[in-house]
Write a protein that binds this ligand. Sequence first.
Ligand code: PMP
Length: 336
Amino acid sequence: MEPTDLIWMNGSFVAWEDAKIHVLTHGLHYGTGVFDSMRCYETELGPAVFRNAEHIDRLVRSAELYYMPVPYSTEQLRAATLELVARNGLSSCYIRPIVNRGYGQMGLNPLDAPVDVTIACWEWGAYLGDECFSEGVRAKVSSWRRISPDSLIPHAKASGQYLNSVLAKIESLKAGYEEAILLDDHGYVCEGTGENVYAVRDGVIVTPGQANSILDGITRRSIFQLAGDLGYEIVERNIARAELYLADEVFMSGTAAEVVPVREIDDHVVGEGRPGEITRVLQKAFDDAVHGRSERYREWLDVVPAAAALETRDGAGASAPLGGAPQAARAAGADG
Ligand code: PMP
């Protein structure tokens, strides 16, 4: 990981190497954190964060689901994200906001522990490797099922929940595959360790629905829009494991992974064993959208202000961070 200059922590910009937390941080012990991820792309309008507001909105909703009051408004967090990218001087990067229960309270009642908010960014290339876009990846259906809504909240992007993805990822890597696909607790296809999944059969794109324990991906929402605009039929329904083997095309989508073809699943060749036509069309449409080459999807881009504009605003470059003042006191137990 390549360090950048600054990380935003609870309203201030701190040096990368100083962005530290106590070892008795609640979230470290019990997984009581929620996070999200965005990518910033180079566009002709300048660096732009893809669907920034939607990601921040999902972050805040994930926090609500775990009874964590976020002491900043979505607008403050959105602005802080843009300013962080600008101050780090990056033209493209991955962005990781995290809200977690902090230091000061142990035990399983987290309600009196403070809520900390951090945003970091760094350069991160192709998550599943440079060749994944043109060659596709080999995936394994995991022996681990995706977390059940009876036990946790699949719709939340919560830190502790990712132990499920970590187990599936390790299993697939040790078995010689690049990614895992998890089934839901009923045995239907659910998603990858950090990606939503789609199959194409007879020209129709099918993907698991909201009741299949998926994370409601922002890239998935973009795929729905792009596919619809391109005239493809896209249907949410239960998908049986064998339908993946029998599909003409399978692909995955996520912020880190982007749009990635799957060429083999459990050693069954998918379609022709190389990215299919619909996958390639969607990959290109997505790539055009994130890089600002499609006028139609410009509203998805949150353009990063030039560093010079920030200096003018702050007067001689003084740092009064956007989104700096918390909405409410960060004191322990802000809302209990
Ligand atoms: N499912 C899981 C479990 C994920 O971690 C992710 C990545 N956030 C996704 C799906 C895809 O979501 P998005 O497109 O919003 O990144």
